[in-house]
Each structure stands twice: as structure tokens, then as C-alpha cells.
Design a protein around this ligand. Structure first.
Ligand code: SAM
Length: 247
């Protein structure tokens, strides 16, 4: 299986991480204790991202509506949002969490995306969607009101599946949208489709604004929202991620 992603780490950093991964995979920690000790293996960078998701979640607790992620990949953010709901608002079964992805990487890239990426990049392993469904079911079962399914995966090209979803669910209000397609065309199409479903206080977050490796995401935002209409905020702990709050 060949999966292509961009990486910014030095060789030394990669080797150190590989060593930690080997330690995790070969660890003598019993299964019954492994999940409770994952902090051993969290890097500073991973912890920063988790903290950022916590920061975003805390901003929408008073805002009605669903959470959507555009570009799910292995699905960590959906699992985090599900766990964060269990922590912050365990009885808010109205808060749907919906993830959009092809689960086979970029469908195509635009010339506005530059030279760094190509169609098929950022794929996942075969049948990952099924594995992710089972992980997300664990998280739903680990919080109250588990019998109501609140996390949904929508597979396919989101330029088609998001409009289809919104047609089927015209009642949708989106409190938090996390854009992580990395590339121009789906970011632009989905941002446009989403706008009528946002409310005052909705948070729209982006993974790659002002990022030279992925210029397309910023260009899409510039064309749909402009760069000066909303303050583009950042977290002090995370260099790439940013967000706006609809006012
Ligand atoms: C950088 S990854 C997402 C990473 C994930 N959010 C995370 O934090 O681990 C980008 C994802 O966008 C998805 N993607 C790109 N274009 C898409 C499209 N047109 N429709 C659906 N998914 C798409 C890719 O399949 C890939 O999984």
C-alpha cells in the first residue's frame, strides 16, 4: 500500500518518531491499560492539535447546530469531537457530527494548488471507512444517549455529496465547520454550499491558510469570503490552523 502525504520533518525527527512508534507497537503495557496511557506517545505537535480542537469546541457550546469536517482522512478529529461532546454537553444529542471524505485521497488538483500535491494523495488504507465507523461507534457508546446515532461519515467527492446532504437535510445549521481538504476546488464549492447554513457564532476553521504548500485553500477562502471580511484568528499553540467566527 502506497500512501503519499507531504511532510515537513527533518530526518532526525522522523527517525525519533519511528523509534517511538516501535516502542508503542512493541510495548508491554497490557491491553487493559494501553488506552489510558496514550499520553506517553503523544507528541507536542499532536497534543497542540488536540488542544486546538478543544479550543474550537469550547467556542460552539452556546451555538446550536452540527459539526462538519471536510477532509476526514483517518478520522481523529471526528473521534475527538465525539469525545468532546461527551465531556462538554453529553445530553446534546442534537449536535450531529458529520465527516466528508472520498476515503481515497484527492479526486483531482487544480492549477491553483501548485506543484506539491497530485490526485490520489492523502489516501487511506483499504476499508478504512469501516474501521473508522467501528471506532466512532465505540466513542458514541462511551457517552450518554448512545442509542441515537450522532456521528456520520459521508463517502465520495464532497463537491457532490455536500449539496446532496444539504438537499436531504435542509434543516441543517452548522455550528462548526472544519475545512481540511487542503486543496482549492472542494474547499471553494463546499464553503459556498455551506454559507446559507451558518448562523451568528458559527465557527469556520481551516487547517492550511497562509500555507505555501497548499495555496489553494487560501485562494478558495479569498474568493468566497474575502480575507478582510472576517478576522482570521489563530491559536497560540498551533502554527497552521486558524478560524473565523461568523458575526
Ligand atoms: C489532509 S487530509 C485530512 C486530515 C484530517 N482532517 C486530519 O486532521 O487528520 C485531506 C483529506 O481531504 C480529502 N479530500 C480532498 N478532496 C476531497 C473531495 N473533493 N471530496 C472528499 N474528500 C476530499 C482527502 O481524501 C483527505 O482524506
Amino acid at each position: 500500500m502506497s500512501i503519499n502525504v507531504l511532510g515537513g520533518s527533518t530526518t532526525e525527527e522522523k527517525n525519533n518518531k519511528t523509534h517511538l512508534v516501535k516502542t508503542l507497537r512493541s510495548s508491554a503495557i497490557p491491553d487493559s491499560e494501553l488506552l489510558d496511557n496514550l499520553g506517553l506517545f503523544l507528541t507536542r505537535q499532536s497534543l497542540s492539535r488536540i488542544n486546538f480542537m478543544q479550543e474550537l469546541y469550547s467556542k460552539i457550546i452556546q451555538t446550536h447546530g452540527s459539526i462538519m469536517e471536510f477532509g476526514v482522512r483517518w478520522g481523529q478529529n471526528l473521534a475527538l469531537f465525539s469525545a468532546l461532546r461527551g465531556i462538554h454537553e453529553p445530553f446534546n444529542y442534537n449536535r450531529q457530527i458529520i465527516g466528508f471524505d472520498t476515503f481515497s485521497g484527492f479526486t483531482s488538483v487544480d492549477e491553483k494548488d501548485g506543484e506539491s500535491v497530485k490526485a490520489g494523495d492523502y489516501g487511506v488504507s483499504d476499508n478504512w471507512k469501516q474501521t473508522l465507523e467501528s471506532i466512532l461507534t465505540f466513542h458514541e457508546n462511551n457517552s450518554p444517549i448512545a442509542h441515537k446515532k450522532k456521528v456520520h461519515l459521508v463517502e465520495g467527492d464532497a463537491t457532490q455529496t455536500l449539496p446532496d446532504y444539504l438537499n436531504c437535510h435542509p434543516e441543517t445549521i452548522v455550528a462548526l465547520a472544519y475545512f481540511d481538504f487542503d486543496i482549492y476546488q472542494p474547499t471553494k464549492v463546499c464553503l459556498e454550499a455551506l454559507l446559507p447554513h451558518l448562523t451568528k457564532g458559527s465557527v469556520v476553521a481551516f487547517d492550511e491558510l497562509n500555507c505555501a504548500e497548499f495555496p489553494g485553500e487560501t485562494l478558495a477562502v479569498k474568493e468566497v469570503l474575502g480575507l478582510s471580511r472576517y478576522a482570521i484568528k489563530r491559536s497560540q499553540h498551533s502554527p497552521l490552523t486558524s478560524y473565523i467566527i461568523i458575526d
